[in-house]
Design a protein around this ligand. Structure first.
Ligand SMILES: [Zn+2]
Length: 304
């Protein structure tokens, strides 16, 4: 009997030691990456893989432009190994990075050429006095070729932050960039020959996509989806939609479709969803969400 007891205790000790020295220690040592909103979270997960813990700052279904950070999230930003964000999308994140993580912020907008922002009159009125308006359009994740460049840059930043896994970050970044380059080629091919090249959108989020694939975006609202369009802006959008024989007015899931519906009925068009991917698409990821966007665009624009 005494022999059995001793053996039992010895066995338990071994098991406990193995558990502590194994998974638990390895997990607690993983760098934490705070990703500001969906496309950056997806990209961080692809490039970081199992070597990092990715925390998303914006919950699915929340309009990221409106994000406010909880005190716990701000504390998380102060401790994270890397914060992946796009300056100008979420003032709360910009501020938390500036105050607590200036050296550990990876602003994706610094990795790619940016396009000038086209602000609506309503946004000028709303933000003009604050003098904080950023000069570029922040929606750069809607161009897969820019996302490929950002993937490579992110691999480099993660390798700097965690050199022990540097080769793995760079390899995953290469694979992710390759997948995004394939997606870019599908867009270029799918939108090469279309009856119409004008897209009328509720929220002016598709400037990079339009620029990359030679479409013309007419935004009803502004860069910030909450800015209500003025009657003059709506009338102008209606005039362009009629002139360009637009068949579809694009709306999105997280913004009220009312304005787009009013405009659509006025010009005899229908509405369809074009997802700015500021939140994860239902049951999908960045690639599947963008592929769905390509399909909507091809239908709306009459592409061959
Ligand atoms: Zn937006």
């Amino acid at each position: 009997m005494p022999g059995n007891v001793v053996r039992f205790i010895a066995g338990s000790t071994l098991v406990l030691t193995a558990a502590c020295g194994g998974t638990t220690a390895a997990e607690s040592g993983k760098p934490v990456v705070d990703a500001a909103f969906f496309p950056l979270q997806w990209l961080s997960e692809q490039v970081g893989g199992a070597d990092v813990t990715v925390e998303g700052l914006t919950k699915p279904g929340v309009e990221p432009h409106d994000l406010e950070l909880t005190p716990q999230q701000v504390a998380g930003v102060a401790k994270a190994s890397l914060i992946v964000y796009v300056k100008g999308v979420q003032p709360a994140v910009d501020e938390a990075v500036a105050q607590h993580a200036a050296e550990r912020g990876f602003d994706a907008a610094t990795a790619v050429p940016t396009l000038e922002a086209v602000h609506s009159e309503e946004e000028e009125e709303e933000h003009g006095h604050e003098g904080e308006e950023i000069a570029y359009d922040p929606h750069l994740w809607l161009d897969p070729s820019r996302m490929a460049t950002i993937a490579t840059a992110l691999g480099g930043r993660l390798a700097e932050a965690d050199p022990a896994h540097g080769a793995a970050y760079k390899e995953r970044a290469k694979q992710t960039a390759a997948a995004l380059t394939t997606l870019d080629a599908e867009f270029a091919k799918g939108l090469a020959t279309c009856a119409n090249r004008t897209i009328v959108t509720a929220h002016t989020a598709f400037g990079y996509l339009a620029d990359r694939y030679k479409l013309e975006q007419v935004g009803i609202g502004g860069i910030d989806p909450d800015a209500e369009p003025s009657p003059a802006r709506l009338a102008e959008a209606a005039r362009i939609a009629k002139e360009k024989k637009v068949t579809t007015i694009f709306t999105e899931e997280l913004v009220s479709p009312k304005v787009a519906e009013v405009l659509a009925s006025e010009v005899g068009a229908k509405t369809a969803v074009l997802n700015p991917l500021e939140s994860p698409p239902q049951g999908g990821d960045y690639i599947s969400g963008m592929t769905a966007n390509l399909s909507e665009l091809r239908t709306a624009l009459g592409c061959q």
